[in-house]
Design a protein around this ligand. Sequence first.
Ligand SMILES: [Zn+2]
Length: 406
Amino acid sequence: MTLHELITQAPKSDIHVHLDGSLRLETLIDLARERGVALPSQSAAGLREQVFKPVYRDLTEYLQGFQYTCAVLRDGEALERVACELAQDAIAEGVRYMEVRLAPQLLVTRGQELGGVLRSVAAGLARAARDFRASAAVVSGADMPFVSGIICCAMRNFQRGMSGYYDALLDAFPSMPHKQIVALASQEMARAAVASRDRDGLPVVGFDLAGEEAGYRAGHHAAAYQEAHSRFLRKTVHAGEAYGPESIYEALTLCHAERIGHGTWLFAPDRIASAAITDREGYVNALVEYIATRRITIEVCPTSNLQTMPELGGDLANHPVRRMIERQLPVAVATDNRLVSHTTVTAELCRVADCCQLDAAGVKRLVLAGFKGAFFPGSYAEKRAFVAQAAARIERLAQRSGHGNK
Ligand SMILES: [Zn+2]
């Protein structure tokens, strides 16, 4: 068995995947037709040519497709279907733990409540998990069950026209400075996430900040993170895409981040803006050591990073994932957007394993890191048991393939 086969057969996790970037293309076409949403093409091939391209110029082009996916996801039926299909697709490639993230404020129309969006997504995930649990493979013990959670994203910034929710907010506070309204919205999102978990019993496991980083560093949303933190909601932050190490530092210190989304410019002292930091190399080194010691999981999405960051030249060798692994940071490989990035967890793991020339022990560590970093909708004891189950299965596969624990 090759390492690629080991990855293919191993139970895997996806702890960084956006619902609105991970639809089946045929479902997008279907939902658009039913809901009267105009698409630039009615065929999968046409949409792949015009919108969901194999290669994007930059982040702006990458984000184009989201206007269409969000437009078809503004009712419960569509949300439930898409969440269920995403879980089914993940299960089919061996994912056994998934945290789906979405920004409910982008998906509600005026007057709708945020919790309704989360209820529909949870119902779709639960349906897929239930069907799989009843399958012969799981019933016989040959396979492990599928567990999932939801991460609620606040948007770093928004403009009029992005959703009915944001329009209503802008109407309600016409003279409030924009940055203040943005911070207010993210606090509202944190409160709604906690309420959905506590009042509705939904598997909301975490809070996140999404959208373009430029102009809105993590620290701008510190109040929302404090809200989540004070209610024991786990926290991750997309950080280190537009800004460098200071943004990651802010996420960790001001936002209590327990995981970092991407963190691509972690090792970039030249991206430090503050004049107060004179020893830039020392600052980066201390930050990396902090992340390693505290076991802050970095959610690395290789294909997506290469597609949105032209600085990487389309080559994973230019990506810091190798350095992250060498410095023994907990790296969890994830898809970000299965449709927009044309990818799967299997493909992303193979890509990293090849680029970093990992051996079987390295692959096992990489695959397990996602399970260990999980926010998990259950007790710590349940999580430990689930992770142990995944670890034993990966180990057994490795043994069988002659790649056992060495
Ligand atoms: Zn993301």
